[in-house]
Design a protein around this ligand. Structure first.
Ligand code: MN3
Length: 204
């Protein structure tokens, strides 16, 4: 039985500067994500069969988690899944804008990339307290924008996250303090659209 682990970042903590500073990345990845994984493992210690399942599958079928562990798995398993996605879609390099079928879907659904960014930034700004803003593949296979509180994953609602931005203060406070809007605007500079594009259509 192997417990859940924090995936390696795959790039330097400083790789996303000046938009996301190295200290924020180090604390966020090692300490915050580390704590979600430690708490997830602790929550499942009496149900080790869940260590064998991908976290996305567990979240999609949250009702199969024994009741005593379910809230902790929702919070900490959500934290694990959400941050794993977050590190991947921020990889430096890659396309600077969406391509192919994702670009087509963004254009037809939202009227273009700028409109998409505005809507996601708005969802992130309106999230009271802590949470995430998302671009998801909806039940019809199209794109929708949503926000979730805390570490709730869209997977819990059967929606597939294509892109997500963390609006917890720990994601931006060292560099941006209370300026969540400035963080959201800057964040788009570090999105790797190759990774995001590959996710679109993978939710089936
Ligand atoms: Mn976070």
């Amino acid at each position: 039985m192997s417990e859940f682990i924090v995936p390696a970042l795959g790039y330097d903590f400083a790789a996303l500067e000046p938009h996301i500073d190295a200290k924020t990345m180090e604390i966020h990845h090692d300490k915050h994500h580390g704590a979600y994984v430690a708490n997830l493992n602790a929550a499942l210690k009496n149900y080790p069969e869940f260590y064998e399942k991908p976290i996305d599958e567990i979240l999609k079928n949250l009702e199969t988690v024994p009741e005593p562990a379910r809230i902790a798995v929702r919070n900490n398993g959500g934290g694990h899944a959400n941050h794993t996605l977050f590190w991947e879609i921020m990889k430096p390099g890659g396309s600077k804008e969406p391509m192919g079928k994702l670009a087509d879907a963004i254009n037809s659904t939202f009227g273009g990339l700028d409109a998409l960014k505005e809507k996601i930034n708005d969802a992130g700004l309106k999230r009271f307290g802590s949470g995430w803003a998302w671009l998801v593949e909806n039940h019809a296979g199209g794109l929708s924008i949503m926000s979730t509180p805390n570490q709730d994953s869209p997977l819990i609602e059967g929606l597939y996250p294509v892109l997500g931005v963390d609006v917890w203060e720990h994601a931006y406070y060292l560099h941006y303090q209370n300026r969540r809007g400035d963080y959201l605007k800057a964040w788009w500079n570090v999105v790797n659209w190759d990774v995001v594009g590959a996710r679109f259509g993978a939710g089936k």
